[in-house]
Write a protein that binds this ligand. Structure first.
Ligand code: AVJ
Length: 320
């Protein structure tokens, strides 16, 4: 096998584009190779990573109120979920909706057929009565396909802190696009991580055991193996920041000296000044005013905030 045979071109393109810009950056989806998936699971078990339990608590506590706000004035609804993952959290809602004999179908959307198959298997085992129809498409084409055939209202679920991985203008564009495809009365339920004690936020992205550090450094390891790069991991450091004014957490990999790295797989040489950074992730935090503004701009009304006990996180219901 030659070098180029092994290379995943979307990774190669993203890395080349990100590292040859004036301000170096890498897209955060690059974190998630097999090792990155494993490390993220570990992050979720860290005491500092408060996000893990928030949505569980919210769904356990408010599943009934969530159902009534969804089905308030409809005979039935289509529940579309973007990025369901393993479905562990969604299952709490789905079980309750089925017990309450709500008239709905569940349509998880993912571009990975594998993810959908695992999810379907799991749900069929734990909730046999569930009407589940996975859609193996990109998010917005899935909404188009559903719009072509549906009568009942649609509820779009987008949970986790996932919207936070977009820079704010991109988050707005993403929500605008969903909203454009909704009909009047349709709803979105979206998870937002809220502004809180800045020290607590910084610790969540810099746990004591150093798992988040490993998660970030794994990006360079990945480039070393997939793109045959020669990053010396000891010469870079993980640095997370939080700006309470903007609510933006950013993670950086910082070059601790002037150095040159060669990525053989894409025949690219990258020069780093001492203390130059690579921006690798945004994790945006919100307050109610920000959410209100985003909703308004997208032509949506905020109907309800569902919070965990400590008000760290909100699942927000918005209606067109
Ligand atoms: C998966 C986007 C919710 O931003 O909190 C965790 C990813 N990065 N620790 C987040 C992540 C570092 C996480 N999300």
């Amino acid at each position: 096998m030659t070098t180029t045979d092994k290379i995943n071109f979307s990774v190669a393109d993203a890395v080349k584009e990100g590292l040859t810009q004036k301000e170096k950056s890498l897209p955060s989806w690059l974190f998630y190779d097999a090792e990155g998936d494993r490390l993220f699971q570990e992050i979720m078990n860290m005491p500092e990573y408060y996000l893990t339990n928030c949505e569980f608590d919210i769904f356990q506590k408010y599943k009934d109120e969530i159902l009534s706000i969804i089905s308030a004035d409809a005979d039935g609804f289509n529940l579309i979920e973007f990025g369901a993952g393993d479905g562990l959290k969604t299952e709490i809602l789905l079980k309750h909706f089925v017990i309450k004999k709500a008239n709905f179908n569940y349509k998880p959307v993912d571009i990975s057929e594998n993810v959908l198959n695992l999810l379907q298997e799991r749900m069929q085992k734990s909730i046999p009565e569930l009407d589940i129809k996975p859609i193996n498409k990109e998010y917005f084409s899935a909404l188009d396909a559903l719009n072509a055939e549906r009568k009942n209202p649609m509820v779009v679920l987008f949970m986790g802190g996932n919207i936070g991985n977009f820079a704010l203008p991109d988050a707005q564009t993403f929500i605008n696009h969903i909203a454009e495809k909704l009909r009047v009365g349709d709803q979105i339920i979206m998870g937002f991580d809220m502004k809180k004690d800045p020290d607590m936020i910084r610790s969540a992205y810099n746990d004591q055991q150093g798992i988040t550090r490993q998660f970030n450094m794994n990006l360079l390891k990945r480039l070393n193996s997939e793109l045959e790069a020669n990053f010396d991991l000891a010469e870079f450091k993980h640095y997370p920041s939080y700006d309470p004014q903007s609510g933006t957490t950013k993670s950086f990999l910082i070059s601790q000296k002037e150095q040159t790295v060669y990525l053989k797989g894409i025949d690219t040489t990258i020069h780093f000044r001492a203390w130059e950074h690579i921006h690798v992730e945004v994790s945006q935090k919100f307050d109610e005013d920000m959410i209100e503004d985003i909703a308004k701009e997208a032509g949506l009304n905020v109907e309800k905030y569902f919070y965990d006990d400590k008000k760290y996180f909100a699942d927000v219901v918005m209606r067109k």
